[in-house]
Design a protein around this ligand. Sequence first.
Ligand SMILES: [Fe+2]
Length: 144
Amino acid sequence: MQHVAWDKSMSVGVEILDDDHRKLLDMFNRLLKAGIAEKDRASLSGLLRGLQEYTTVHFKREEALMEQQGYPGLDAHRAAHRYFIDEVHKLTLDDDDSNEMMLRIDLILLLKEWFIEHIQSVDKQYSPFMAEDAGTTARSTTAH
Ligand SMILES: [Fe+2]
């Protein structure tokens, strides 16, 4: 589980969201690798904050696309995202407790498992509702 990376079986059929998922799993992997190697707290906190920020960016993008495509399960999906954001936020608050590193790594692993499970079971449910070109406008909009 520590080094699970994105693969095609996780595809939700929307390239920009697949790219986000790949990037977030890479960030999880980097964080776990740094944590297990007992890197200093500052770099771990930096990685954790990076994960937190990109998660927010990704969830907003995903929710906007679900809304745009009229996905009926949006509210429940939003609630799942909020749960994850809250859990990541709690982790970033634990920075001062120097004895908690192993616990934090365990929590990061659990969150990674949650995220993979979320892609495979919850995210995939919106795939049939996405138009073939879903996300392509979003991509050009964000590029401007
Ligand atoms: Fe999602």
